[in-house]
Design a protein around this ligand. Structure first.
Ligand code: LLP
Length: 420
């Protein structure tokens, strides 16, 4: 068994209890791990104060939002809809920062509630200026360089449409002057699963932007901290990466007299390894001696899309029900339940087009399967209704060991309830 950090909170007894009570597939989140990661984020080294935001797009279930709210995290929202969702879950509007690709239709009303806004393009800054002249605003810049776990999650540099290109400072200043805007915050986010060294380099480069705006009081360095989901993958240590950042804030204050407040907004770091997807072996097929052995699950891209689009790697444990440990080991490709050949849970690393195998012992139909690292961008990011599969349930494994249903399995008829 390939037990990794991100699956070990579910042993066979707990997994059985969950599948018997709530069915499968089901997402399971571990309250203790959620709290530990929130605490690690809140402890990020800082010189003149820290606001730690949760990038709620990673896993926006209301119970998780409430848990993070109660621990003192604020919110990074990526759409107007997310802002409403966070408010519904109990977040005070002033704790919500919106950095969106699309201007919400009700931006004026949201600003009226008191949310913070980051203009992510010159057009957005212009629209903000028209709605709220003589006020304060943040600006998201593309600092010119980025880093992601793969090319699709790199959002810095010339190939990325996110944020205002760093050379367009004069354009930003002229819009700010036209509407008497005070640029109070600079924001950058360069990618997800970033290389810690590149993240650090770009974080420090941001002071060049802060220097050009005398009114800036807050620097938001985004999220993107790499989390190892597989046992051989390393995770970013926030203390290690944060210390040089803290020093840079101190040095900037010494040379300019400006004490800048730090914001960070991780998503993955807070939830990735606090969540697992519990499923079942539904079928086992083979394509002969020159082919592959396939394990088909009762889940797949409908609950976890990341392997299919990024070739991302998630630990998979098969919890063999008879536990004799006698069976023979075999290499298997693990696939999902959609009529879609790309529904693969074990692609080659970084290449969703290629198959890779994993070695498992005595797999049987009906065995329970735990897929780890499924707290971030799993439930939040699925083509869940493909092949008309209903939305899976979500369960919180509370710190006292009890289980709490935090999203019920969708009724089948809800899939087509909006059709006319
Ligand atoms: N801040 C902004 C402005 C963002 O766009 C994001 C993520 C974050 C913070 C949080 O980044 P994180 O700490 O989660 O890396 N679907 C991909 C990740 C896409 C993230 C999009 N933006 C994945 O499954 O890895």
């Amino acid at each position: 068994m390939n037990t990794s950090n991100s699956t070990q909170f579910l042993d066979i007894l707990k997994a059985k209890e969950i599948s018997e009570n709530f069915g499968s597939p089901v997402y399971v989140y571990d309250e203790t791990i959620l709290k530990q990661s929130a605490q690690a984020v809140l402890n990020f080294p800082n010189a003149f104060g820290l606001t730690a935001r949760y990038a709620m797009k990673a896993c926006p279930n209301r119970s998780i939002l409430k848990l993070f709210h109660d621990m003192g995290l604020h919110i990074d929202a990526s759409s107007g809809h997310e802002v409403h969702r966070a408010i519904e879950a109990g977040f005070e509007p002033e704790k919500i920062s919106l950095s969106a690709q699309e201007i919400p239709g009700d931006l004026e009303a949201l600003l009226g509630l008191g949310i913070r806004f980051n203009a992510c393009s010159l057009k957005q800054l212009e629209v903000f200026g028209q709605l709220k002249p003589n006020s304060s605003v943040g600006v998201r810049f593309n600092p010119g360089s980025g880093s992601g776990g793969n090319n699709r999650t790199n959002v810095g540099g010339v190939s990325s449409s996110f944020g205002i290109w760093h050379e367009f400072v004069p354009e930003v200043q002229s819009i700010a002057e036209r509407y008497q805007l005070c640029i109070e915050r600079i924001h950058t986010h360069i990618g997800s699963g970033s290389d810690p060294q590149v993240w650090l380099k770009v974080a420090l480069m941001n002071f060049q932007l802060v220097e050009q705006f005398e009114t800036v009081k807050v620097l938001n360095l985004g999220g993107g901290y790499k989390v190892g989901r597989m046992p051989n993958e390393l995770s970013t240590d926030l203390q290690v990466i944060g210390e040089p950042v803290r020093k840079a804030f101190v040095e900037f204050a010494q040379s300019t007299g400006r004490e800048i407040h730090l914001e960070i907004e991780p998503g993955t770091f807070l939830v990735a390894n606090a969540g697992a997807l519990l499923a079942e072996v539904h079928d086992i097929v083979s394509t002969g001696s020159d082919g592959y052995n396939f394990i088909k699950l009762n889940t797949g891209m409908t609950e976890l899309l990341r392997p299919s689009i990024y070739g991302s790697q998630h630990p998979i444990d098969i919890l063999n029900c008879d536990q004799t440990g006698q069976g023979i080991e075999k290499d298997y490709v693990v696939v999902g339940h959609c009529c879609e050949s790309g529904d693969i849970l074990t692609p080659a690393s970084g290449d969703p087009e290629l198959l890779a195998t994993r070695n498992f012992k005595e797999v049987e139909i009906g065995d329970l399967v735990v897929i780890g690292g499924a707290g971030a961008y799993a439930s939040a990011m699925t083509p869940k209704h493909y092949n008309s599969y209903p939305e899976a349930a979500e369960v919180l494994l509370q710190s006292d060991g009890s289980l709490k249903l935090i999203r019920k399995r969708q009724d089948r008829s809800a899939i087509w309830e909006n059709e006319l």
